[in-house]
Design a protein around this ligand. Structure first.
Ligand code: NAD
Length: 337
């Protein structure tokens, strides 16, 4: 029976993982803290660590994991930007992820963010509760007929395209590896600069890699349409957050939806309402009425959580019986799959 040290766990993680391990195939040991060099010492005799999006698996932590006897890292997510894959390969530690647990969960959250910002329902909700039924400042626009630029047309981008096609949008896309044959709906691949210049709404669905780090920076924003809406449900550091503030102040960006944030590891998934927000950029962003931020909840549906837990257990079982996880992440994928 594999013994698994599971980091960054909340009660909801335990519930879904325990259900997926109902046959007690594995011994699950839950830790609330994130994995970092400081928390490796929680490992006793486990051979597998199970981690999430904000755990830190840099070269130093991986070396310490190796010394602690870890053979497998089982990510409970699709993205693997937080793992130094080269160091893991050098140390002979296998890495597994959950490649596509529910693209619908994230794509639907993305569209929910768009519609909220377009129709300002986040503001209407608060107003009505205060007895303010005025429509001043709530003027929206039709999503129908708008040009949507999708950056990254993998599992999530593709489902997003399907949903937005249903709304009657014109779809533009940019991907490092375009795949027009497998697109379920008409979509026009264009160079990145053309996507910036022609899209009313831009939505990000590429992984965070060295190449996509700050893909959306001051220059990229300058190239966009005035009043553009930007949605990021991919990874925070694809966007240079500081560049957003000036663009919001000048109305260059007309709507901003973020489910992820560059510095989220320090406070996402936690209740810091008694401490206050220490991050000045984040604190400034939430003052704008046309900014909607959610705390990395795109994946958070019961269907996705079930799939994540089941695939994670399947990765661990496969590694135990064959020495290879079901869904291995390799250095080759680092290039930007
Ligand atoms: P995927 O691997 O299926 O698709 C990613 C797409 O991005 C691929 O088509 C790939 O070719 C493309 N791509 C790679 N490098 C690129 C580049 N430099 N420029 C443009 N496109 C590039 O991944 P997915 O399942 O669709 O997930 C996309 C991202 O969403 C993940 O990497 C993860 O960071 C994020 N995600 C967020 C949540 C959330 O809860 N908010 C949940 C799951 C995934």
């Amino acid at each position: 029976m594999a013994q698994v040290a599971i980091y960054s766990t909340k009660a909801y993680d335990q519930e879904f993982l325990d259900n997926a391990n109902a046959n007690n195939a594995h011994g699950l040991i839950y830790f609330e803290p994130r994995l970092s060099i400081d928390t490796v010492r929680l490992i006793t005799d486990q051979k597998t660590v199970c981690v999430f999006v904000n755990d830190e698996l840099d070269a130093e932590t991986l070396s310490a994991l190796k010394q602690a006897g870890i053979e497998l890292i089982a990510l409970r997510c699709a993205g693997f930007n937080n793992v130094d894959l080269k160091a893991a390969a050098r140390l002979g530690i296998a890495v597994a992820h959950v490649p596509s647990y529910s693209p619908h969960a994230v794509a639907e959250h993305t569209v929910a963010m768009m519609l909220t910002l377009i129709r300002k329902t986040h503001r209407a909700y608060n107003r009505v509760r205060e007895g303010n039924l005025s429509l001043e400042g709530l003027l929206g626009f039709n999503l129908h007929g708008k040009s949507i630029g999708i950056i990254g047309t993998g599992s999530i981008g593709r489902v997003g395209a399907e949903i937005l096609h249903g709304f009657g949008c014109e779809l533009l896309a940019y991907d490092r590896y375009p795949d027009p044959e497998n697109m379920p709906v008409p979509i026009r691949y264009v160079p990145l600069q053309e996507l910036f210049a022609s899209s009313d709404i831009i939505t990000l669905h590429c992984p965070l890699t060295p190449e996509t780090h700050h893909l959306i920076n001051r220059n990229a924003i300058d190239a966009m349409k005035p009043g553009v809406m930007l949605i990021n449900t991919s990874r925070g550091a694809v966007v240079d957050s500081a560049a957003l503030i000036q663009a919001l102040k000048s109305d260059k960006i007309g709507g901003l939806g973020l489910d992820v944030y560059e510095e989220e590891a320090d406070f996402f998934f936690e209740d810091i309402s008694n401490r206050g927000i220490q991050d000045d950029v984040f604190a400034r962003l939430i003052t704008f009425p046309n900014v909607l931020i959610t705390g990395h909840q795109g994946f958070f549906t019961s269907e996705a959580m079930t799939a994540i837990a089941e695939t994670t257990m399947a990765n661990i079982s496969a590694f135990e019986t064959t020495g290879k996880p079901l869904h291995a992440v390799t250095v080759k994928q680092l290039a930007g799959s």
